[in-house]
Design a protein around this ligand. Sequence first.
Ligand SMILES: Cc1cc2nc3c(=O)[nH]c(=O)nc-3n(C[C@H](O)[C@H](O)[C@H](O)COP(=O)(O)OP(=O)(O)OC[C@H]3O[C@@H](n4cnc5c(N)ncnc54)[C@H](O)[C@@H]3O)c2cc1C
Length: 411
Amino acid sequence: MPTTASETSPHRPDYKQLLQDVDAFAIAEVDPRVEHMESSPHAVEHALAQLMAQQGWYGVTIPRAYGGMHAGHLAKTLMIQRIAKSSGAASAILQASQLPVSMIIHFGRDEQKALLLPQVACGKVLLSIAVTDSKSGGHVLGMQTTAHHDGDDWIIDGSKLYIGNSHLAHVHCVVARTAPAGITGSRTLTAFLVERDRPGLTVEPHRPALGLHGFSFGRLTFDGVRIPSANVIGDVGSGKDIAYSSSILYGRPNLAAVSLGLHEAIVETTVDYLRTTKRPGGLLSEQPVLRDRLGRMVARLRAARDLAHRAADMLDQGQACDIDLINSKNKGHEWAVKSGQDAMEMHGARALETDYPLQRLWRDAQCIYAPAGTGEIQRLRLAASALDESPVEWSTQLALKTSLFRGSVYR
Ligand SMILES: Cc1cc2nc3c(=O)[nH]c(=O)nc-3n(C[C@H](O)[C@H](O)[C@H](O)COP(=O)(O)OP(=O)(O)OC[C@H]3O[C@@H](n4cnc5c(N)ncnc54)[C@H](O)[C@@H]3O)c2cc1C
């Protein structure tokens, strides 16, 4: 955990207590469900999502003025990390509905904040963020889901794919193209709040994936879905800024935390196996080659932890840290997958048994490459930063206003 000048700040949350609470929850509620979730890839885990809602955890970054925990980004990271150590799917559920809070806090109108944030904070309403289009993937500006004016309303048509908590969210924060066909540029998109019971919105049946069993990241189909103008988030044309800033300020640290929790579990599982497995030459933990590989895993884990915690802490401090957030997701995932592969090989055939946790951790880690920007996208941003071509610094432009320690408009 970082030690900074503000360690003694009265605003610094009680991380020790938070970790104790999350740890106790993981042992009591998450661990006993893992086996069932793994063996039911066709099912969505509603009960656990509800239990986490009752803890108020979806509102971890919501200011106290709106009933939230106002505990900040490092607290969010620690929470997701600990849940991921028990279950990648449970942590994916948690982070997917924490993420859209960014859209409301930074861009929502006063009435939207007053209405939605307290309901998210008390766990009554779960949000999703629906940006990825079925036809354009990670190319946000190329999306083909449209919204056009009809009197005072907007009509949305199209489809969104791989939407985290598609089957759990009560309100989807949807980004759609509002500029007429043929117009290009950064002001072509707009964000909308779309309640799940709006006529014309279909949540397509849940399909099992390689990993994260119990987490739904499915397809939303919009067929003439009518939305009042009051549901527009921010200004018409600001959808790209809303999508990008949410992905950087919340998405990347959230996914870095999921990778980190999985990575911890991978290392612990491997240590346990090496220590307890005897071969004619002695315990596997005594083999120099395996000790070397374990040492590399530990080095990666420690570096990933430093990156993720430092970036989240910088965000809480109101410092410029977009690149740190991007890098923590990029390296955090890369290193977790590398350690996962090492662990699989060091376990021999034991790794392949489906009742052994390692293959679940390995599969779950693969699922963290794409969300909140693939490795290619992260590296493009890192290169742009080195070439002094970085666009807006969202951490100082937006997050400073909700920082725990500096410049916050909330107390
Ligand atoms: C577990 C999970 C949860 C998710 N949750 C959400 C969510 O809550 N909300 C949401 O909106 N989306 C979500 N997504 C979708 C995710 O954001 C997309 O998968 C991601 O943006 C990439 O899109 P794609 O999978 O269609 O890949 P594509 O965009 O088709 O990319 C395919 C490959 O091409 C590369 N590529 C594409 N464009 C470029 C480029 N310009 N330069 C270099 N390389 C490029 C990619 O890096 C990748 O390697 C989730 C995905 C997963 C797996």
